[in-house]
Design a protein around this ligand. Structure first.
Ligand code: K1U
Ligand code: ZN
Length: 184
């Protein structure tokens, strides 16, 4: 299995519309395994293929406490079942360290295929409903900060730049200390 690089806001590739998956073949199954590993490594509860620069309708999620019940949604269709929207504090692995409230319907119907190609047809509420709508947005090139004010979007861009710089420095340091260890 392999960790996949996650695209960061405002990378224009995050705006690509995902195409339906034609066949759940070996390549898709490898991508699913790699996406699940990448989601766990990044401490996320969901990941859309668009975020790892694969523009197909594929989502992985795991809302379980022990992070041991991954679920896969292929070619998902999400239908709101209530008109009323509720706010939920969202985060995004493509917008690190930025959290804000987004309002969405909190009951939806999810129709999709699972990793074996079996049909899923379920009613989702609460965090599952929030998360699947957030991930569906990724497949449609929408990022949760799009729902926020211009000022908050600018702040989010600045924050992501800062976080990425810090992460780069930390990576440089860890590479340097690894090569020191090898030289000893
Ligand atoms: O799509 C993503 O970037 C994953 C995202 C999913 C998500 C979390 C919360 C609300 C909506 C969608 C994350 O996993 S962000 C990191 C995270 O685990 C988290 C952040 C805030 C609340 C709960 C979890
Ligand atoms: Zn996201």
């Amino acid at each position: 299995m392999a960790l996949l690089p996650i695209l960061s806001y405002p990378d224009p590739r995050l705006r690509t519309i995902a195409a339906p998956v034609k066949e759940v073949n070996a390549e898709i199954k490898t991508l699913i395994s790699n996406m699940i590993e990448t989601m766990y490594d990044a401490d996320g509860i969901g990941l859309a293929a668009s975020q790892v620069d694969r523009h197909i309708q594929l989502i992985v999620m795991d809302l379980s406490e022990n992070k041991d019940k991954p679920v896969v949604f292929i070619n998902p269709k999400v239908t709101p079942l209530v008109e009323e929207k509720q706010p939920y504090e969202e985060g995004c692995l493509s917008v690190p360290d930025v959290y804000d409230k987004v309002e969405r319907p909190n009951k939806v119907r999810i129709e999709a295929l699972d990793a074996e190609g079996n049909a899923i047809d379920e009613i989702a509420e609460g965090l599952l409903a929030v998360c699947i709508q957030h991930e569906m947005d990724h497949l449609n090139g929408v990022i949760f900060v799009d729902y926020l004010s211009r000022l908050k979007q600018t702040r989010a861009r600045d924050k992501v730049k800062k976080v990425l710089k810090i992460r780069e420095k930390q990576n440089d340091k860890s590479v340097a200390s690894q090569s020191e260890t090898i030289n000893v």
